[in-house]
Write a protein that binds this ligand. Structure first.
Ligand code: SF4
Length: 114
């Protein structure tokens, strides 16, 4: 494994642990309002959030994920944490949280691809 790759993997693991720790702490004392994650917004596979837990949905919110970035230079597809989709080029996933993300999406943790 190259030194650059092991550093990247370490960084990604740290991010995941920080996210999970933040969710656990923020989840204490929260109301139990259940989000509607069973109904897809449209035929877009990136909007299908069924199967995600409440904490998974909280992670998406915590990072202010949006399907469309207001800045064309800061989209998921240009982010270092983006994982391209295998079947749909417009829909991939993110290393920070579960569920689909749009290639044109963004969040507050956008990191330029290296
Ligand atoms: S911009 Fe945010 S949601 Fe999109 S890939 Fe990067 S970290 Fe994930």
């Amino acid at each position: 494994m190259r030194k650059h790759e092991s550093r990247r993997i370490f960084f990604e693991r740290c991010l995941r642990m920080a996210v999970m720790a933040g969710i656990t702490i923020s989840g204490i004392g929260c109301d139990e309002k259940k989000p509607d994650n069973e109904t897809p917004v449209d035929n877009n596979p990136c909007s299908h959030l069924s199967g995600l837990s409440e904490s998974d949905l909280d992670a998406r919110k915590k990072f202010n994920y949006a399907d469309k970035s207001p800045d064309k230079n800061k989209t998921c597809v240009t982010c270092n944490l983006y994982i391209p989709g295998k079947e749909n080029a417009q829909c991939g996933s993110c290393m920070l949280f579960k569920g689909p993300v749009m290639a044109a999406g963004t969040c507050i943790y956008w990191t330029p691809a290296t």
